[in-house]
Design a protein around this ligand. Structure first.
Ligand SMILES: NC(=O)c1ccc[n+]([C@@H]2O[C@H](COP(=O)([O-])OP(=O)(O)OC[C@H]3O[C@@H](n4cnc5c(N)ncnc54)[C@H](OP(=O)(O)O)[C@@H]3O)[C@@H](O)[C@H]2O)c1
Length: 328
């Protein structure tokens, strides 16, 4: 085993609580796994913000490297499906939560968690998409399975965030009429650039409203939860569906049964963490087909590992726009 050192953000726990710092570590500091990777890129997701701040019980093993996603190249492998040089991406499976993750120049993981990058998608592209974009695609596919078709009026909440930005871009590229709900009206031009045709101010959905409201949306992607999600459900048209994946605005759901029992509205839960490996390749291939280099440039800011810890507060406050790529 290699004894040389490499850079990593390490989370440690003591009686004083959790601390995170940029350190030099060795492969021996990584968990046992059958594939060792050179990490080229990771990305910053909302959950990483919680993990870095010690909130939400995200990190449950110490010491460990946070970072819930990564893309890079296989360095060593005893897994039959992977050989050195393979380009791979990893999201979910508790990586960056209970298993050391992407905020390091190397990672050691289970091969069964890895997906080979589809042709045309670089490690950088894969982490511009990251967990957020992968989840946005799962939300779109959940709406499609429900029967939503291009042309339908859809709403994306938390639109200027990571999942939101990719969802707006994907839905608009697929031909939906996309409205973007945001608490940052200053990002209206950015959201229009991603394909939103209408901007809805968050304030319109922030206070509890009537259990049934004007039937406005055929479908929605919700990254926010809480009262916003309750209002989205109340404003979803007969037979429509809302794909819910997030809690940026709260984990409660102060709704009534009326949208479900009087309007046949469906609430579709979306989880990306344990999404079956066998189906992940097709999702990545679809993302590679739908998104362009221009999209990636539009929604991305690139930072170095040394800048990541300071971005935890801004992402939790909803101040980070689009996707934050971390170059290793
Ligand atoms: N289920 C899954 O597998 C899965 C996967 C990935 C992410 N998620 C969840 O999805 C959510 C979004 O993740 P992300 O990485 O895209 O985070 P993000 O980049 O921080 O985006 C969240 C967005 O939500 C909006 N927002 C923030 N605080 C809010 C508040 N108090 N009330 C209403 N809206 C608020 C902001 O958008 P505006 O400024 O445009 O309003 C913010 O940019 C998170 O809750 C995350 O945990 C779940």
């Amino acid at each position: 085993m290699s004894t040389d050192t490499f850079r990593a953000i390490m989370a440690r726990k003591s009686d004083a609580g959790q601390s995170v710092a940029l350190e030099m570590i060795r492969e021996a500091d990584l968990p046992d796994g059958d594939v060792t990777l050179d990490v080229a890129y990771s990305s910053l997701n909302y959950k990483d913000g919680l993990a870095l701040k010690g909130l939400g019980r995200i990190l449950r093993t110490f010491p460990m490297v946070p970072g819930i996603d990564l893309a890079g190249t296989v360095r060593a492998s005893s897994h039959p499906d992977f050989t050195p040089g393979d380009a791979v991406v990893l999201t979910g499976w508790g990586v960056g939560e209970t298993w050391s993750g992407g905020f390091a120049e190397r990672a050691r993981v289970k091969g069964e968690w890895l997906v080979k990058l589809p042709p045309g998608l670089t490690a950088r592209d894969a982490m511009v998409i990251g967990t957020a974009g992968f989840t946005a695609m799962l939300c779109v596919e959940a709406l499609e399975r429900h029967g939503l078709a291009p042309g339908a009026k859809v709403l994306v909440t938390g639109a200027a965030g990571g999942v939101g930005s990719v969802a707006v871009r994907l839905l608009s590229r697929l031909g939906y009429e996309v409205s973007a709900l945001t608490g940052r009206p200053a990002e209206a031009d950015y959201l229009r650039g991603l394909g939103a045709t209408h901007i809805v101010e968050r304030a319109a959905y922030a206070a509890s409203g009537k259990p049934l409201q004007s039937e406005t949306w055929a479908g929605a992607v919700d990254t926010v939860g809480g009262t916003v999600l309750a209002n989205v459900l109340a404003a979803t048209a007969y037979g429509g569906a809302v794909a819910a994946c997030g809690l940026a605005g709260g984990s409660d759901l102060p709704t009534t049964v009326f949208p479900f029992i009087l309007r046949n509205v469906a609430l579709l839960g979306v989880d990306s963490v344990a999404y079956p490996t066998a189906r992940r390749g097709a999702v990545w291939t679809r993302l590679a087909d739908l998104l362009t280099a221009e999209d990636f440039a539009q929604m991305t800011r690139e930072v170095g590992l040394e800048e990541v810890i300071a971005l935890a507060d801004p992402i939790l406050k909803g101040e980070v726009r689009g996707r934050t790529l971390i170059a290793l």
